[in-house]
Design a protein around this ligand. Structure first.
Ligand code: FUB
Length: 327
C-alpha cells in the first residue's frame, strides 16, 4: 500500500470529505528524544498540520502530492496546555464552521479534550480557553449522523488514561480489568448543538461477541484505543485498535450508541507498536487510512501515512487488509 505523505512523519489520520476535497487531520510525529515507555511519553507532539487532495487515486499512484496547509494549531496557542497533542478529529458544524477536537494533557498531566474553531477546513483553528467539561482520556472521532446529530467517541487505555475512570468519575487508583472480566469500553456522547460540549454524560460503547456477552479483557479483539464510526448501507460500523494485540477491528450495530456485534479484523498488525485509522467514502470508493513505522526503520513514534481501498462483502463484512508486519 502506498505512503501518501513521504516528506514528514504523520500518524492517526482522521479523514473527512468537505465540499469536493478530502481532508486529512493527522497527528504530527516528531523525535523529541524521549525514551519509549508504556505511558506513551515518546509521543510528544506539539502541533497539527492539515493535508488535503481532490484526487486521492492520483496520490496513491504517486502522480500527485497531498497539499500541506501548514500548521493549523500549535500547543503554544492553547491556554490550558501541558503537553502531547494526540489524535484529533474535525467536523463541520451546523453553523458551517469547522470544529477541531484534540486530546492534550493539562498542567496536571491529565488528558482532556479541547475544541478549536476555524472558518475553513484547513484552519487555522482558534482554541477555546478551557477544555470541554467532563472530558477525559484520548483519541476522538466525531461522527455526524444523517439526522444532523453529532456523536463524540473517545477513549484509550494505558497512556490514554481510560483505566483511571469509572462512570465518568476519576478513580483514586486506576483499574484495568483482566482475564474474564468485561473489557474496558470506549465512550460516546452526543454533542450539544453549539458543538462545544457534551450534551449528555458519556456512555460505554459495548462490543459483544457471538454469544451476546461483552468481549472479555483477555480477548485479543477487545477495545484499546482509536475509535472510529462510519455508516455503510444503514449499518453503524464502530472500528478501533486493540492496542497490545496490534489489530484494527470492527463491530456493527443499528444505532450510534450500540451495542455493537464484533464482526472481524480490518487490518492485521503493521510495523510499529500502534495502529490507528479512519474510514471514509470519497467519489464512491471506500478507503482505510492508517499508518506504520516502516520508513522510520520501526521507530514507533515516527509513523507514516498510508491508504488502502476497502472492500465490503455482500453480507456487510469487510475484507481484511494485510498490515505487512511479519509474525
Ligand atoms: O499518536 C499518539 C497515540 O498513538 C494515539 O493517540 C494512539 O491512538 C496511538 O496511535
Amino acid at each position: 500500500m502506498p505512503y501518501i505523505f513521504p516528506s514528514d512523519f504523520m500518524a492517526d489520520p482522521s479523514v473527512h470529505v468537505f465540499g469536493h476535497r478530502l481532508f486529512i487531520y493527522p497527528s504530527h510525529d516528531r523525535d523529541a528524544g524521549i525514551p519509549e515507555n508504556d505511558n506513551g511519553d515518546h509521543f510528544d507532539m506539539v502541533d497539527y498540520h492539515v493535508l488535503s487532495t481532490d484526487d486521492i487515486e492520483a496520490v496513491m499512484r504517486g502522480e500527485a502530492s497531498l497539499c500541506d496547509h501548514g500548521v493549523a494549531l500549535s500547543v503554544g496557542d492553547i491556554p490550558w496546555a501541558g503537553r502531547q497533542l494526540w489524535d484529533c478529529d474535525v467536523q463541520q458544524g451546523p453553523d458551517g464552521r469547522y470544529y477541531l477536537y484534540f486530546p492534550l494533557k493539562d498542567r496536571n498531566d491529565i488528558f482532556r479534550f479541547g475544541v478549536a474553531i476555524a472558518d475553513r477546513p484547513e484552519g487555522p483553528f482558534i482554541p477555546q480557553p478551557a477544555p470541554m467539561l467532563g472530558s477525559y482520556s484520548i483519541d476522538v472521532a466525531v461522527f455526524r449522523d444523517d439526522d444532523g446529530q453529532y456523536y463524540f467517541y473517545f477513549g484509550g487505555i494505558w497512556g490514554g488514561q481510560l483505566q483511571r475512570y469509572r462512570d465518568n468519575k476519576a478513580l483514586e487508583s486506576a483499574y484495568l480489568p483482566s482475564g474474564s472480566e468485561p473489557a474496558l469500553p470506549s465512550r460516546v456522547a452526543r454533542l450539544r448543538d453549539d458543538m462545544l460540549e457534551f450534551a449528555e454524560a458519556p456512555r460505554p460503547v459495548i462490543i459483544v461477541g457471538d454469544d451476546g456477552q461483552p468481549l472479555r479483557a483477555d480477548d485479543p479483539h477487545r477495545f484499546f484505543e482509536a475509535s472510529w464510526m462510519h455508516k455503510y448501507n444503514g449499518t453503524y460500523y464502530f472500528s478501533y485498535s486493540t492496542g497490545d494485540s496490534h489489530l484494527l477491528c470492527y463491530a456493527t450495530g443499528d444505532n450510534p450508541y450500540g451495542p455493537f456485534r464484533f464482526r472481524g479484523v480490518l487490518l492485521t498488525p503493521v510495523v510499529g507498536w500502534t495502529t490507528h485509522h479512519s474510514i471514509v467514502c470519497f467519489r464512491g470508493r471506500w478507503y482505510l487510512f492508517y499508518h506504520d513505522s516502516v520508513p522510520s526503520g520501526g521507530r514507533t513514534w515516527l509513523r507514516s501515512l498510508k491508504v488502502a481501498e476497502l472492500t465490503y462483502n455482500p453480507d456487510g463484512t469487510i475484507v481484511t487488509i494485510d498490515g505487512g508486519a511479519k509474525e
